[in-house]
Design a protein around this ligand. Sequence first.
Ligand SMILES: Nc1nc2c([nH]c(=O)n2[C@H]2C[C@H](O)[C@@H](COP(=O)(O)OP(=O)(O)OP(=O)(O)O)O2)c(=O)[nH]1
Length: 325
Amino acid sequence: MNHSPFSTPDSRPPIHVVAGVLSDARGRILLARREGERELAGLWEFPGGKVEKGEIAREALARELAEEIGVEVEPAAMRPLIAVPHRMASGKRIVLDVHRIARFKGRARGLESQALAWVQPERLADYSMPGADRPVVAALREPEFCVVTSSRNAAGEALFTQLEQALAGDARRVIVRGPVRELESVADALASLAVRLGASILFESDALGLDAAMVLARRPGLGAHLAAGDLDRVAASPAAGGLLLSATGDSALALARAQEAGVGFALVELSTPRDARHEAASRLARFAALRESVTIPLYLAAGQADDLQAARAHGAQGLVVPLPG
Ligand SMILES: Nc1nc2c([nH]c(=O)n2[C@H]2C[C@H](O)[C@@H](COP(=O)(O)OP(=O)(O)OP(=O)(O)O)O2)c(=O)[nH]1
């Protein structure tokens, strides 16, 4: 099955760029500054560059890392992290194909007179990076799965028990669908549970009403999942700054509006094409085309044939998964 992230509607293929995430013994990540008069000069990036004709991605990355920072990396030490299809403001299209580097030989130094910085993952946001790198930083720092509860009408206590179990497992980002009875009585407990476990729990503005959802989202650990009709009001509201917000989109326009409103991530739900034989490949190609137009992390609502690796290879932060039970 064709899982290529390079088949998007534009006829000219995007430029394939490879980049590496190198870590030191303290878990810090290496960034390099783009110097000179080049496009995006002054911004920080993951070391790498364009794949040349006849090269495969890993060869190109090994070459770039040797040329730019003087380290030797074997292809077997490279693990795909995410490949981000991205359209720059200039209209230039790239796929930023990023690999984690499990081990390397040599001491990294800027062989092209570029500044280097070793940065703690939680400090990456302090460095200005190109738009294509936002999903990469998210892939390094944020959860791979977004868990969504069923929209069955829940009661606060039952929801708390359900989420306590989910968070005791792997779930770190949960969207609660539908209305919740007596939510106020468990809101503080849910917030402290989320904070304690480094998780977040978001409530639908559709189900709670926008004002109530935004008040709830002021608690650390909680957030609001915005209905499309609420995005404009939130975009115009200074009170929304700093809150954890998300949205769902199925078009470039809807996702752009969500990004504009300041959401931290979005879910992408794609309709199923008629020809089921090509479903997985065509969904992923359509997803990649949407991915090009925004920089917020995107979770793909999973069709049966999608897997995390294929989604990541098309620029997804991860998959939307239903909460069991
Ligand atoms: N290496 C690297 N490139 C990135 C990142 N993010 C990002 O948008 N890019 C872009 C910048 C460039 O357009 C392209 C990398 O190609 P390059 O480093 O060979 O770019 P360049 O501008 O020097 O190339 P040229 O066209 O002048 O030959 O990918 C990143 O994190 N690492």
